[in-house]
Design a protein around this ligand. Structure first.
Ligand code: NAP
Length: 286
């Protein structure tokens, strides 16, 4: 039976560390601040934004929600971002994706100052990650690395397989495993022999977006299986990309959904906001 990696508990520990750092910054007269922009009324985005605001309040981070109507123009959104870029009380800026289809995600991401880009989606930050010289790491892949570290799992010399190649999860995930000396294979919808490739993985990260996609016959006995997916099953219940019931007896470690990667994403966002505040106040030596 696999050891279950408890993302809720690990995220709580990280959030406690963040709260201590926020308190230390406040003693220096610096209150870390995060602006969260929500355009439109997507219900899932509303839940994510509420969770982020609550987590900020608990950690002693000032948060400001800017909720805009769905018909907000791209120019209006870019003007708002420019004003947030220039505010000294706002250290991090996050624009909740997806945006309405008339707005170009890329234009919005590239308008956020790289120093305030706590999602680490800006091309400048992606480049920094690529060369291993970064301030921010994207929240979800960074959360996965924290889960692995907390469980005492090292990537060095291991076969690491990432299923998914999105800019926000799969690609940066592969890069972080590579930085830690894993031998990394990235799979996607055109990959031939996916099952065989997965069977060779010591660390298998699923970021596909398909319920119960990873089945027991794809998993090497004893492997660490990290489930990034957030899907709804046939009964509308939250589930991951991994068939947990089938894989858990085979794997060495496994993350549950809910309670695995999800809580880590917000914890890492808080961590990035602290880093941004330190950086902007010249308290971070790189
Ligand atoms: P995405 O942009 O839709 O990317 C999905 C990836 O899976 C793509 O690279 C796609 O390949 C690949 N894929 C699809 N079908 C496949 C197949 N049959 N075989 C192999 N690969 C296949 O999704 P995402 O944004 O990376 O998110 C992935 C999942 O993680 C979603 O469930 C999302 O909700 C979840 N998520 C969770 C968190 C969290 O905090 N826990 C954060 C972000 C995302 P192609 O590139 O070839 O199309």
């Amino acid at each position: 039976m696999a050891t279950i990696i408890d993302g809720k508990a690990i995220a709580a520990r990280v959030r406690g560390e963040v709260a201590a750092e926020a308190a230390a910054l406040r003693e220096k007269g610096i209150t870390p601040g995060l602006a969260v922009i929500l355009v439109g009324d997507d219900p899932a985005s509303r839940v994510y934004v509420n969770n982020k605001k609550k987590a900020c309040a608990e950690a002693g981070i000032y948060s400001e929600e800017i909720a805009l109507p769905a018909d907000t123009t791209q120019d209006e959104l870019l003007a708002l971002i420019a004003s947030l870029n220039s505010r000294s009380d706002i250290n991090g800026i996050l624009c909740q994706l997806p945006l309405p289809s008339h707005i170009d995600d890329k234009a919005v991401i590239s308008a956020i100052s790289p120093l305030k880009d706590v999602d680490a989606f800006h091309a400048a930050n992606v480049g920094h990650i690529m060369i291993g010289d970064y301030t921010f790491l994207p929240c979800t892949p960074a959360g996965v690395m924290e889960l692995l570290h907390s469980a005492g799992i090292t990537a060095a010399g291991k076969s690491c397989v990432v299923i998914g190649r999105s800019n926000i999860v799969g690609k940066p995930m592969a890069m972080l495993l590579l930085h830690e000396n894993g031998t990394v294979t990235v799979c996607h919808s055109k990959t031939a022999n996916l099952k065989q490739i997965c069977q060779g993985a010591d660390i298998l990260v699923a970021a596909v977006g398909k319920a119960k996609f990873v089945t027991a016959d794809m998993v090497k006995p004893g492997a660490a299986v990290i489930d990034v997916g957030m899907n709804r099953d046939e009964n509308g219940k939250l589930c991951g990309d991994v068939d947990f019931a089938g894989v858990e007896p085979v794997a060495g470690w496994i993350t549950p959904v809910p309670g695995g990667v999800g809580p880590m994403t917000i914890a890492m966002l808080l961590k990035n906001t602290i880093l941004a505040a330190k950086h902007q106040n010249a308290l971070l030596i790189k």
